[in-house]
Design a protein. Sequence first.
Lengths: 696, 534
Amino acid sequence: MEKSSKKPGLWIGIDTGGTFTDLIIMEFSPEDPENTGKTHIVKVPSTPQNPAKAILNGLNKVEAFQKKRKNYGLCHIIHGSTVATNAILERRGAKTALITTRGFRDILAIGRQTRPDLYKLDSERPPPLISRKDSYEVSERILATGEINQEIDSKDLNKVCEAICRGKYQSVAVCLLHAYANPSHETRIANALGKSFQKNALEDLVPQISLSSKILPQFREFERFSTTVLSAYVQPVMTHYLHHLYENIQNQNEKSLKLTVMRSDGGQFPLHEAQEKPLHTVLSGPAGGIIGSKKIAENAGFENIITFDMGGTSTDVSLLPQEILKTQESEINGMPIRLPMIDIHTVGAGGGSLVRVDKAGALRVGPESAGAHPGPICYGEGKELTLTDIHLFLGRLDPKFFLGGKLILDTDSVQLKMQKMAKRLRTSSHELAQIALELAELRMEQAIRVISIERGYDPRDFTLICFGGAGGLHCVNLARRLLIPRILIPPHPGGLSAYGMLFSDLSQWKTKTLLLASNAIDYEELRERVEGIFEEIKQPIADEGIPPEKILTMGFLEMRYIGQSFELSVPLSRDFIKHFHQLHQIRYGYCDEEKPTEIVNIFCEASGARKKPSLPYLGALEPKEGKKFLKTERKTTCFYDGKKYTMPIYFRNNLYPGSSWEGPALITEYSATSFMPPGCYARVDRWGNMIIELKD
Amino acid sequence: MTTTFDPLRIRLYLGLFCSICEEMGTILERSSFSPNIKERRDFSCALFDAKGDLLAQAAHIPVHLGSAQRSVQATLQKFKLNPGDMVILNDPYQGGTHLPDLTLIAPVFDPESPLSHGPSFYVANRAHHSDIGGKTPGSLPLSTKIEEEGLRLGPTLLIQNHQVHDETVQQIIGKSRTPEERQGDLLAQVSANKLGQKRITEYLKRYGLKVLKKQSQELQAYAETMMRQVISQIPDEEYHFEDYLEAPLTLPERDPLEDQLIHLGVKITIQGHEATIDFSDTAKQVPSSLNTVLAVTEAATLYVFRSISEEDFPVNAGCLKPLRIIAPQGCLLNAKPPAAVSAGNVETSQRIVDLLFGALSKALPERIPAASCGSMNNICIGGNFPFSDKKFSYYETIAGGQGALPWKKGAHATHTHMTNTRNTPIEALEHAYPFRIERYALREKSGGRGKFRGGNGLVRDYRLIQEAQVTVISERRIYPPYGLAGGGDGAMGENLLIREGKIEHLAGKFSLSAKPNDLIRISTPGGGGHGRLA
């Protein structure tokens, strides 16, 4: 229950990243209906061996959390975790067994029969998480209709149960053919396993059981098996981690603590559910960034946004036409996960992208990356040129104030390397630098085109929300290429994911395969089915203390023309068939209203709006006395479009609501740098957002 | 080399042109109906210059590499296209590859140039339709002449002055057993071309014809330089190799092995930056569907040279220049009418790859893998749905083992070389067709032995629940995939019929009327091993 206490409370968003763990802490007081309490930001090095340690370190740095603890009431922590993600990437999950239908134990190894790279002779899929010796078969068969064709062979089942008890497994995935249409055999196997665990008195080592009919009741066996097995594989790890984290935080302070966990689809769920469905958290960090972008943009008055998050090795882009778009087609390390996630498109262009000359003598940028090690030349250890080096060369990074001055960048080595490469390409270092940037920007432009123009959206109707360390160096050029009129760079762009977590809602979803011709079922019947699912998924939200009238529900139909293989998601309405044709026209340039359609899956979602903080308001737009003029730290020289400019460097911390200036200028802050070329104007709004306008 | 390219900006041009092809491909893949297009990604989208030379291509399956160029050139010989026209063709002897591949070609006009100058560019896409009216359901009959393989169309106007030619459409869909599917696929193909036209027009407006023309020439020069670079890494010498295809009309118990095998021989001569690939020592065209037209032979050759390159590079008209391909007309690899060619794309193309890699393994022993499975193991099942007149037609290919590499073992159950078919999910096909899959498993110990083992093939059991015609076209049933450097051969494939408890061995290529409860078991070949066992 969300208690109303007289004491002020705390909201804490925590994003565990690969290098840093970010904490955003907001205080709220019952006397302040606007909830515009103080905001603290804490950044601590991550501790991958035990991610909870970094979180505890971070919390210890929060004064409000520690010293004055008695003065605070509820403390609500929303956590985005990479524990499940890393367990998969590093293959450090639980010892897991698979139980499947006789004849199909190799489904994971076979995959879809394809190789990931067409022209690499040693191209190979990643090996399955569960090897053949840990895969068990049971004679049984369910048909596509859900009809039982062959009952479970009890002898087989007993043997398998015994083998599993002997095998010291921590987790078991049960994946039978057509279980989405009839889960009874999976349930029977789960019951038999349960009994045999009891009989064999496994005590503290009782394996957890995951059923494909529960995790993802959708057809297409490989994708369902893969999702279920991934879930089983990370579940013991995640359960342990979250339990440990909760206990430790609780031990540090006895105030009323509530811990919820961020999901990849942008919603959040209570701790116990996260322990049951750990796979839902794999992309929770990026999801936080999208939720944060949406909140900040809405607040600033922009509804349609494209997010642009450029990091060291890759760039993530996402399009939000007033709403968050989701997809179920994602994968981790080549293994499919069919769970809803925010639709984020990734391309291999980042600050570490290598700038090199190929065998035919042509200049290339990426997708290969120098990564964190050895990194760019200017960081001191790299040997090959990267995009970051190019930016330094062009005067778009301040060599003396990188990471707050903690790292002095090596300009000389970069220049030397540039001269060499330019000579080889028979050009000047400046031209080389300029074209290298264009190559990188072309790739980013194409990434945004894929999610906008190719899907029928016009970038001119959108605002670009730019975050991540390197995004600010490319955003203006990128917006110019795509005719995006405006860019918003939020305050603390490095901590946006943790920030966004504070604004996510408690939500639930459920999907069910239907596979029915659209004319075989009418709207009323669909409505009825959807309502039934709504009742199911509203309950856990109500259990968290959200009043029923505050729970929103949405039903979607995943449809296609009969005979197609890919579905489009249409909101459930009386005109759903018409909407499908319209959407098909937008996405693929044609539709045929005569052609029969079918409904593949029903997708239902419920979300309960929690009490949330408001965005901190930094003050009126009139600059305060004495701060009328922007404080220029230094001047520096930069090159743009072949011309040399002298431009000011501003510290982001010294910018105030109402400040405005024009390019060229460089804006530096702790973990990010933004470059404004000539011909654009920027201002700071009352929430501290930097807004760059490109219209002349 | 006549043209050079701007080494700084060439990848910018490439990015622009390729993204158009990729975007066209997205439309085709996601909105089409044929399993071959949406699951096999058996399609390609390409751009051509005013002469009909290939500029850029998104080939989602290597068997299409470079081959649409012949379609555009055949079209240009026959038509002078106007705005609003679109041409369709599938005749292998007039710019096509095999009949199920329908190619659509459309012109792009520069908005600033007078119409009389003709098109400045062309866009084309080619997609494999699942039924084009051959003598058995699916697109791969056991044919001996092209007439048995279905509708044959030379370059024909599908759309003229924005008006669809209904007769042409009727002609195509009327021949097919699944007309609705044909119509849907054609619509997706037309849409993809229209999108390509729109995007090039946008570029023409943005950069102007002169600039784009120059970029086009440079792209061809760049690809040519890349190809020359690849060839120059191979020591100057002559390399020979031979391998075999399996004749369909022979019987293992009746005919001696040599009568069952069709000989393929190659001589590769490397001279500096140029290569001559001479297939003269190859059998004459045969009365079976294993023949190929030159477009397919070229595609397989391009694939081999591209895959031995350490760097990816664009495929366009430029990279064909340093390659001289000799295949006498009337031989298996450059067939003339009325030779049947439907299996040439799927089976013979794989053997050409084995042949070329076999030869090059002597030149680049540290790079070339042992032979992979060498067959796409094509299966077609067609008949009526239970209690209904409605027909069904199912086609799928089954993967085999990958050949071991000089540095690592081969992958199991993977489509290799000229194809990269996704399987149809069992749960999807049992939903759609009246048969069941009872086993889908790795075929143990089928990979060739060696220091590095070849990958294992697959076993797939089909249980029929309805009478149906089952047609299989498979290879490597009597002549195994080779191992290299002392590694063992991969296991040969095997096709079985289990009827009322009795096991019957079937030929590599067969078509039979199956009864309810029959079980068809397809075991696919493993990959060859590499290196002697220590």
